[in-house]
Ligand binder design. Structure first.
Ligand code: GLU
Length: 305
């Protein structure tokens, strides 16, 4: 496996130049675009990694999968569906004018910022510190890494500049989707996005999702199988931003990317994959990361289709 990953890394290095590191969160602009790491943890072959697979970076949008899981475990499927839909666009089949609609829960999904911010309100906890702590604890548990924590500099950088997310949160309030204090909710969301992981952590999270919520390494059931099914389905249709359709064709597995350069992929009943390569394409997905998944999927016939 390592030989194959090394071969893939060599091919993918040239794709780095097609992308740019995210700069809208100032702290993320410091990332080195030339870094590349990939790790797979498979049910059959165990763990393999090459390149910068032990390098840590912030989860960013990848944490949306865990926010969804936390909300599902705390409030159940019905509670989650009441607040946030599951459709990639949330638009009717004959819609061409998107601008004059009310914002409704069915218009947003858990993998876009508005959906993930709304779902933070469903996490059990006395206050937003408690809610975030429960989210962090779950992330530590699924990744099998009790040392996970946030990157303070990235957290502060996004909190200071995240006005688009503020606007989205006030939209959610304006349309009555949430009623909570916007800054409190956002603080939980910004902290969540700043959780630092390595490609190994992402591969382990992917592995647990691939194995229906049961950690095959410890044998412990971490969450309900039906929630793994729900999350994997949403990742498949909405996990790679506005590139999810293309990704379904070229790679064909549930996955989530983040603007920190990470991708977490779930190969049901087979393996979890974690990738780090911070040069992003225009849609916000790691250029070399997507290429690596494409090659790996072809080589190992990973597509679920
Ligand atoms: N913290 C980032 C934001 O909300 C996450 C975006 C992403 O990774 O897509 O802007």
């Amino acid at each position: 496996m390592e030989e194959l990953l090394q071969k893939i890394k060599n091919v993918c290095s040239s794709y780095i130049q097609n992308g740019k590191v995210a700069t809208y969160i100032p702290e993320l602009a410091k990332a080195d675009p030339n870094e590349f790491g990939i790790c797979t943890i498979s049910l059959d072959y165990g763990i393999s990694g090459v390149g910068d697979y032990k390098k840590s970076f912030t989860m960013q949008s990848i944490v949306k999968a865990i926010i969804l899981l936390r909300a599902l475990e705390d409030k159940g499927e019905a509670g989650v569906r009441k607040l946030v839909g599951v459709e990639a666009t949330g638009k009717p089949f004959d819609a061409f004018n998107y601008s004059d609609q009310d914002l409704k829960s069915e218009h947003i999904n858990p993998m876009i910022n508005a959906g993930a911010i709304a779902l933070c309100t469903l996490i059990d906890g006395e206050n937003y510190r408690d809610k975030f702590q429960r989210l962090l604890d779950l992330t530590r548990k699924i990744s099998g890494n009790p040392d996970l924590d946030i990157d303070e500099a990235v957290y502060k950088s996004e909190k200071a500049t995240g006005n688009k997310n503020r606007a989205l949160t006030y939209m959610l309030k304006a349309y009555g989707i949430i009623n909570e204090d916007a800054e409190e909710v956002l603080d939980c969301y910004f902290r969540a996005c700043s959780i630092k992981v390595t490609s190994v952590d992402l591969a382990r999270i992917g592995l647990v999702l691939a194995n229906g919520g049961n950690d095959p390494i410890t044998g412990e059931r971490i969450f309900d199988k039906k929630h793994a099914k729900y999350i994997n389905a949403v990742l498949m249709t909405c996990g790679m931003y506005d590139g999810s359709g293309e990704f379904a064709i070229t790679v064909g597995v549930p996955a989530k990317s983040g603007v920190g350069g990470g991708i977490m992929a779930v190969v049901p009943n087979r393996m979890g994959i974690g990738i780090y390569s911070p040069a992003l394409d225009k849609k916000g997905n790691s250029c070399a990361g997507i290429k690596a998944l494409e090659l790996l999927s072809k080589e190992l016939e990973l597509s679920i289709f």
